[in-house]
Design a protein around this ligand. Sequence first.
Ligand SMILES: [Zn+2]
Length: 358
Amino acid sequence: MPADDFLMEEHLDAAVGNILQAVISPAELHERLRPPRTRIVKSKGTDYKTFTVRTGDKAVIRMGGATYRVLNALTSTAATYFVADEHGRRPSTYWPAARDRLAAAIDSYASPLRSPSVRPIDISPRQVTAATSFAQYAYRFIICHELAHVALEHTFGAGADPDDVDSLRASQDEELSADAFALRLQLGSLPHPDLIVTALSAPVYFIFLLRAFDDFRLALLSQLVDHEQWAIEYSHPPYLHRILNLMREATASVSDDAGEGLAAVQGALEELVQNVWSAALESRDKVAAKATELLADPKPADAPKLTKLLAKSPIGVLQALDANQQWRQPTWPFHTTVPTELTTFLKLSRSDRARSIA
Ligand SMILES: [Zn+2]
């Protein structure tokens, strides 16, 4: 069963009000992090990226339209792997399907699709509690992280100059200090002390969300783009730095055990993500092979088959289309099946493709 609908996403102002209980003084800071000085909104798209836009002394925190959905897909998949099902099996019987859905989502978000998507992940009722609470507290941590940027008056954000090492280092330092400040906000505003283990581990899920989706894009696209033109995101520190930094903060503000607990979560999620990545590569190559067969003798009746392959791995279909360019002909039967942003992407040179989506 898919996890329940998530209310925090619909009540962002209330969520911020709740978190700000951790900030009683100075009053000026409390004031600065609340409307009208700081507002929080959710985008209407299917993106998962969150960021803060500052103009003068005002800030707008923009949550991705699918941030929670994508987080929940990761925590649900993790639950199918780590939490035993009704039959006591671990990984549970839900795991293979969950792994493949998450792999398909990573492929979809790595592709040039205009509205990438993640389909709901089926999990056992026993796994729902873990999946939902980690997703909720990871989402809450993201809000804390953005509030931290505002509280600490950070200036670089996404504006770091990719050609200037000092500016990138400053930007990475800001991310690390925002994470540490965010963890203090998260822990300082818990509705109940029993939630501390969840509240501490959830940020690791958030960092692994970025790792699972962002760090694998080039590997999935490697046969379609020129890797030398791929602009890697240097404004954010490598994921391991962020986790070590959170461990240090957890040890300092809670206990040695808290730091070690984060290390265990990091090890477990690393194993999970490696498994999902292998599945993503395997699925991409299988889809590419099947799509190649389909394109060798294209019949309009095969359109639903192509649609299914697109849902599994748009990048696999792109590889097949790149090798067989009949889509350039006006009589090609799949023009309405393949989204135009995919063929537009294929018309670009390999370096322009890298630049257009990196
Ligand atoms: Zn940040």
